[in-house]
Design a protein around this ligand. Sequence first.
Ligand code: SF4
Length: 355
Amino acid sequence: MREFSDIISKWYSQNKRDLPWRRTRDPFKIWLSEIILQQTRVAQGLKYYLNFVSEFETVNDLAKSKEEKVLKLWQGLGYYSRARNLHFTANYISKELNGEFPKHFKGLLELKGVGLYTAAAIASFCYDEKVAVLDGNVFRVLSRVFGIDQPINSSLGEKIFRELSTELLPSSEVSNYNQGIMEFGALQCIPKSPNCEPCPLNSRCDALRTKRVKELPVKLKKTKVAEWHMSFLVLISGRGTVLRKRVGKGIWQNLYEFPSFVASSAEDSKNDLSLFISEASVDVNSLEFVSAIYRHLLSHRKIHAQFFVYRVEEIPSLLKSETVVFEDLLGLPIHRLIEKFISDSPSFFKLEGKS
Ligand code: SF4
């Protein structure tokens, strides 16, 4: 056990990437980086992290900002409840905890949006608390080195991996070791074709010895994702269009989008759009453009979306209050599908050359 953690820590000191959140022990910055990196890879996350920390130096700065601004900075990462939780938790820490992050794993775990992994990451990276991190990279390394074929997403599997990862923790410098095993999974013991020949663990790796590198880790298949068909109504009048804020619970809550019609089939969603058009007295002959079908995959949903652009004299009175001028379009938090359509069709919004 001791040897394993020594090898990982040594490998980390020689191979780690120089990343801004590795040069700090500020829990606010570590927390930000972890929440962002749960959504995306390092290369893309870096830009988001730098934007966030240049906008908000402390948790109090983030708390003072409007949720809309946080969503805008988050735009493109998806899973917007994470951004909303980020803002909520910043407010809680600022107001209820005097701007101070809890200094222990258990206290961190009580924060909204902070689960076992994030609490362990902050506690160990910032305070060297002896608590193991368990993410996809760690599961992979442990499953291969120790030859564990219990599914990583089964409750028994999670128990086995959690106990093993705790046993493997070194008695000091937990921060280095925890970051090391994650980095080892990200760079060395990668999902496909890991580079086993120069690997410092190759003489101890059960998967390599038993030729099961490709088989491990084992993961149970997820249940089928639901399909959504969406028709978006894009009204253009002069220099204005209609965008509405999504209300109610859901992944896109509080983000803006063109009026949308969701159904379980493309036909039903188009029918709903047609009904709405007649209700709002939009001239059917003003239809100018129908987009190709956009496909968008979320963790639990597969979306097929189509945009219907109508150029009208005036925005119908039913929708007037939701009119947005083109100049303000890019300043509002919008979800990925809307962003994609606007960037594919900038001429409708007179946004050529802008982003
Ligand atoms: S030998 Fe290969 S499979 Fe085993 S830990 Fe190293 S890189 Fe991963």
